[in-house]
Design a protein around this ligand. Structure first.
Ligand SMILES: *[C@@H]1O[C@H](CO)[C@@H](O)[C@H](O)[C@H]1NC(C)=O
Ligand SMILES: *[C@@H]1O[C@H](CO)[C@@H](O)[C@H](O)[C@H]1NC(C)=O
Ligand SMILES: *[C@@H]1O[C@H](CO)[C@@H](O)[C@H](O)[C@H]1NC(C)=O
Ligand SMILES: *[C@@H]1O[C@H](CO)[C@@H](O)[C@H](O)[C@H]1NC(C)=O
Length: 391
């Protein structure tokens, strides 16, 4: 944080009424109650157990060269809100889920992007596919019908693709693609509200997040019994999930608590959950690299204003209904939004931080995949994929 910013924020903080005004203005301008991924969900804001901003920033390594800003935007206007990026066992891809409900894959320059799978037989070109107008912002009206595939994972052994869809739950589709088959849509007789991301255990069980503001859950689907179980409850916007290389634990992000959590699957701490890293902003997906380290996509940054939000649930309840246009609101409120991606080891220690401080290239990041010397970066809010040579 630069000094200047601090001053600005501090002054702003002395006028909570201003915050309120800005929020009300934002509401009027943006008509938010009909939009956004959490718009239709049950919403019960609570106070959060969030680490103090200054404490987090004091120890957070900065990327003074703003290396993420050197990334290249690819497939502009060809992919719409590609949140998760996946590659099949032949190395083809990326595969990604779009705001128009399709899962598409890149088949090289000659073929281009092709539709690989759909999450519902209700999908139709007329209703769902609006070309480069299919932005996350514009599709919300039809998402419920068309689907909104978010997390993607191939099962390396079977070659099947598992999908977490915000509206249709957990589904699976064979390596030849087509309309996916639902696996988990309910738990204990109640519908899963917002399946967001998933990972596959070597024993076949699928761990996935059901995103809600304060009553979010980590769930598990067991294929042998075709049953879904609640693993953890009462989470704050649980989002990305990634099982460790040795399968002794998994990591998941709590977006609105700005932290990375570890849940033990094996060993003396089995069943325990603990925060392992406090982050400077709002994390989305977590993905493992070949060294067993974890890339986390983070939308930055927390500011003193955000702390006010987290201690005033009613303000926050308004604020977080605006996930897509949050950056706009944030700008009104004097927050500078930018993006950070960070690599963690198994203990939650920071190994690498790449920033795009000016938000030139990456305006909102959802997932980072490291594949053969290259980072692939997805974004739920924009129509492109970013790439960056790494290391
Ligand atoms: C980045 O800049 C900050 C302050 O400007 C400094 O404290 C820090 O050591 C620098 N980091 C690196 C890796 O050069
Ligand atoms: C969107 O598509 C239209 C027609 O296919 C094209 O003229 C326009 O340039 C495209 N816009 C972007 C931003 O790709
Ligand atoms: C198709 O949409 C209708 C109406 O929204 C819904 O009731 C039905 O379950 C959907 N069918 C499938 C296969 O998703
Ligand atoms: C797979 O392992 C996980 C973690 O130990 C466990 O919770 C789950 O029940 C196992 N699934 C099956 C099908 O045995």
């Amino acid at each position: 944080m630069e000094k200047k910013n601090h001053l600005k924020d501090d002054t702003f903080l002395q006028h909570p009424i201003l915050i309120l005004l800005v929020l009300v203005l934002g509401l009027v301008i943006m008509d938010p109650f009909q939009m956004g991924p959490v718009g239709g969900l049950e919403f019960r804001p609570v106070k959060h157990n969030i680490a103090p901003y200054k404490q987090v920033m004091k120890n957070w390594p900065r990327d003074n060269q703003s290396r993420l800003g050197l990334g290249k935007l690819e497939f502009e206007g060809e992919v719409f809100g590609p949140e998760s990026l996946e590659f099949d066992h032949l190395g083809r891809g990326p595969y990604t889920g779009l705001a128009d409900g399709r899962i598409v894959r890149w088949m090289g320059k000659d073929v281009g992007w092709e539709t690989f799978a759909l999450v519902t037989s209700n999908w139709s070109e007329k209703l769902c596919a609006k070309g480069n107008e299919s932005t996350t912002k514009k599709q919300w009206k039809v998402e419920k019908r068309c689907g909104r595939p978010l997390g993607l994972r191939f099962d390396k052994e079977s070659g099947k693709l598992y999908i977490a869809d915000a509206y249709y739950g957990i589904l699976v589709v064979g390596s030849e693609g087509g309309v996916a088959t639902p696996l988990a849509t309910h738990v204990h007789g109640k519908p899963i509200l917002f399946a967001n991301d998933l990972d596959i255990h070597t024993n076949g069980s699928i761990f996935f997040t059901d995103t809600r503001e304060a009553t979010g859950r980590l769930l598990r689907y067991d294929p042998p019994t075709k049953t879904t179980h609640v693993v953890l409850d009462g989470l704050a916007f649980p989002n990305g999930v990634q099982i460790s290389r040795d399968h002794t634990f998994l990591l998941f992000t709590e977006t609105t608590n700005c932290r990375l959590m570890k849940y033990w699957l094996e060993g003396p701490k089995t069943g325990h959950v603990e925060p392992i890293a406090n982050l400077p902003g709002f994390p989305d997906n977590v993905r493992i690299n070949e060294n067993g380290q974890f890339w986390v996509a983070i939308d930055c940054c927390r500011t003193p204003i955000q702390e006010i939000l987290s201690h005033n649930p009613w303000i926050r309840s308004v604020y977080f209904r605006l996930p897509i246009r949050m950056s706009f609101l944030a700008r009104l409120m004097g927050m500078k939004m930018y993006t950070v991606i960070s690599l963690f080891n198994e203990m939650g220690e920071v190994v690498e931080v790449l920033e795009d401080r000016k938000g030139v290239v990456m305006k909102l990041v959802s997932e980072v995949r490291e594949v053969k010397g290259k980072l692939w970066i997805g974004t739920v809010a924009h129509n492109h994929i970013a790439t960056l040579p790494y290391p």
